[in-house]
Design a protein around this ligand. Structure first.
Ligand SMILES: [Zn+2]
Length: 316
């Protein structure tokens, strides 16, 4: 019984917080959205998902790895280049080409459309771009998997990753999980050094960052809704800390911090708490980004009927 009561209190808190967020979205001059790994996880693309991992990295699963984050975090184990590339092309191929554009991102876009918004993301999975967010309103702060760069830094040139994926995928030897023909592994055409993903170091990156900074600069004279979705402590300097700072210095902003905890994976807490300095300017929402977006979306869908004078007509 006691638990039922707690559930009801929790449900009330949830509805109240989402309503407040919905009002800020509707009434603010601008909406700043930060999209972290927790948003893609809620959309089905989780780097902690063991089933998904077994599907797209079966050879790694057979070697005792359980989920992608383990591989991100692994110490360099002296993998040969042919293994690194097998792992890399499989990962990028799945994340960017096999996994479909997610419905949850589309719903987020529907909630924001018609409003002055900008999204900054630490994700490299291209979900924002693939689900139709206007390119000029997106800042992929960590870059993306799309291009390769020279690891020796001999040139600022970058090269598209897709032809490399197409060439190397069929060459993966499942028994050894290496690229069977090492001569197919790409190298810098200028100096011959190894190539790596050009996360932040491609030409369009500076332009994206400039647009984002200008947009932020333009928020000073109006009200600002700051919505943080699934941002933890992997790269807090990209979204989390700048958002806190903005909520603190901005006179008419409110930060909504949405992040659920992953109790089943130690080290991946949700950390939805907000600093005491932000009392009255921030709301902690320790829920799944998917639940919050679905609720907001449902709220949006009924919003036209809420316009005075049209309610009866719309409802009939
Ligand atoms: Zn080079």
């Amino acid at each position: 019984m006691g638990e039922g009561m707690n559930d009801r209190v929790r449900e009330d808190e949830f509805l109240q917080a989402v309503d407040s967020l919905g009002e800020w979205i509707e009434n603010s001059d601008r909406i700043l959205v930060g999209a972290g790994a927790g948003l893609s996880a809620a959309a089905g693309l989780s780097y902690l998902d063991e089933d998904l991992f077994r599907q797209f990295q079966p050879e790694m699963a057979a070697r005792g790895y359980r989920y992608p984050y383990q591989l991100f975090e692994r110490e360099k184990e002296g993998w040969p280049e042919a293994r690194e590339w097998a792992y890399l092309v499989r990962h990028i191929h799945f994340v960017c080409h096999v996994f479909p554009p997610a419905e949850l991102y589309r719903k987020l876009l529907a909630i924001l459309s018609g409003r002055d918004f900008h999204v900054v993301t630490s994700n490299c999975d291209r979900q924002l771009v693939r689900t139709g967010f206007p390119r000029e309103r997106v800042f992929e702060a960590q870059g993306s998997y799309d291009r390769l760069r020279c690891t020796a830094g001999c040139t600022r040139d970058t090269w598209p990753v897709k032809p490399v994926i197409d060439r190397l995928l069929p060459l993966i030897d499942p028994a050894t999980f290496t690229i069977s023909d090492e001569s197919a592994i790409p190298h810098c055409p200028s100096c011959g050094a190894s190539l790596a993903t050009a996360f932040r170091s491609f030409e369009g990156y500076r332009e994206e960052r400039r647009r984002y900074e200008e947009w932020i600069g333009g928020t000073v004279n109006g009200s600002l809704c700051i919505l943080e979705l699934g941002v933890g402590f992997n790269t807090p300097g990209v979204i989390r800390w700048p958002f806190e700072r903005l909520a603190y210095v901005h006179g008419r902003a409110h930060l909504f911090r949405v992040n659920r905890e992953y109790r089943e994976w130690p080290g991946h807490g949700g950390y939805a708490m907000v600093p005491v300095e932000l009392a009255g300017r921030a709301t902690s929402m320790p829920w799944d980004a998917g639940e919050v977006i679905e609720r907001l979306y449902a709220r949006c869908a009924v919003a036209p009927g809420a316009v005075p004078g049209t309610a009866a007509g719309e409802g009939a």
